[in-house]
Write a protein that binds this ligand. Structure first.
Ligand code: PBG
Length: 354
């Protein structure tokens, strides 16, 4: 009851209105286009920026000499041999790109069901790390920890007799893989397999082997996505995986609360940085992750996203350069601290040009 004795009008109250974000007179006093009128003003009111330091450049390597072998499903992307990769990385470094991520194409006859080659100290990945680090000690090198490029069945783990991925056995192999990569000079270990508990196990393995300084960028919210198609051609797992699905370990594209649980677990297990993958169709997930945890958060603009833009551009349907820059900025706007993108070098060149 009001204590001053005044009784409110009993007339039905107006429906509650949401408070405007900013109180103030609206049109015509407020004209949003005023700030957009001139170039200087648009620059002044710009909320997000993209710089070469936002990029992680994924590169493919394979055995051979003097190779820059085109990946058919990814126009503009090549596989390097260990003798050509350092020059390519040098260009990225000179453009201000802080880190590259190595992905191997393994010769089919070197693959087996356990992905044994993934834990051999002199394997392709380790030699590529060494070649890059010898030539460019100042650039960061990141490596996936997962078995799919190395297994004869194309899955990210080891299988039991029924074809199920055995979680804990797989994690043991992943730890060994992380250790040989760290030993070869890898700066950032990036588990992309989606096994449970692998971040904690890899952190422990690194810490107990004098690699306490090696960072972990966890593929935390990684979805079972059809947008990985061209990548699987690039690393040669398209044929080994066939029509098999990764849905028993990668996430359901319909879920986002689950992404927050995945990220929370990876942080608790010791991840230094977290990732959402794919990127453009999952910007909502990046935003939620960034808002909830405030972690260094990255989005992966995956192969299918890259190839769609390239296909549109090559057909003259879209302006490739503009779409590239807009798509990358969208990650920043969504809250990402950086983007893994096959466009990294091209985009850094555009930024340098100004
Ligand atoms: C391997 C891995 C994949 C990608 C990165 N690491 C493929 C997959 O999980 O099947 C996809 C990257 C891309 O599509 O660009 N675990």
């Amino acid at each position: 009851m009001p204590f001053n004795g005044k009784v409110r009008d009993a007339a039905p109250s107006a429906p509650a209105q949401a408070a405007p974000a900013q109180a103030g007179p609206a049109f015509p006093t407020t004209r949003m286009r005023r700030n957009r009128r001139t170039d200087w003003s648009r620059r002044l009111t710009q909320e997000n920026v993209l710089t070469p330091a936002d990029f992680i450049w994924p590169i493919f390597v394979r055995e051979g000499d003097n190779l820059q072998e085109p990946v058919e499903a990814m126009p503009g992307v090549v596989r390097y041999s260990c003798d050509t990769v350092a020059d390519a990385v040098g260009e990225a470094k000179d453009l201000g790109i802080p880190v590259v991520a190595i992905f191997p194409f393994i010769e089919p006859d070197l693959k087996d069901a356990r992905g044994s080659i993934s834990i051999q100290e002199d394997n392709l990945v380790c030699r590529a790390i060494q070649a890059i680090k010898a030539a460019h000690p100042g650039i960061g090198v990141q490596c996936d920890v997962a078995l799919d490029p190395f297994t004869s069945h194309g899955h990210d783990g080891v299988l039991d007799e029924n074809g199920e991925i055995i979680n804990d056995d797989t994690v043991d192999v992943l730890c060994q893989q992380a250790l040989i990569q760290a030993q070869a000079g890898c700066d950032v270990i990036s588990p992309s397999d989606m096994m449970d508990g692998r971040i904690g196990a890899v952190r422990h393995a690194l810490d107990t082997h004098d690699f306490g300084h090696v960072q972990i960028l966890a593929y935390s919210a990684k979805y079972a996505s059809a947008f990985y198609g061209p990548f699987r051609e690039a690393v040669g797992s398209a044929s080994t995986l066939g029509t098999a699905s990764k849905a028993t370990y990668q996430m359901n594209p319909a879920n986002t609360d689950e992404a927050l649980r995945e990220v929370a677990l990876d942080i608790a297990e010791g991840a230094d940085m977290v990732m959402v993958k794919p990127g453009m169709p999952y910007l909502d997930v990046i935003r939620r992750v960034k808002d909830r945890f405030g972690m260094p958060t990255y989005g992966y603009q995956v192969s299918g996203e890259y190839s769609m833009i390239q296909a549109g551009a090559l057909n003259g349907w879209i302006d490739g350069e503009k779409c590239m820059m807009e798509s990358l900025m969208a990650f920043k706007r969504a809250g990402a601290d950086g983007v893994l993108s096959y466009f990294s070098v091209e985009a850094a060149k555009v930024l340098k040009r100004g």
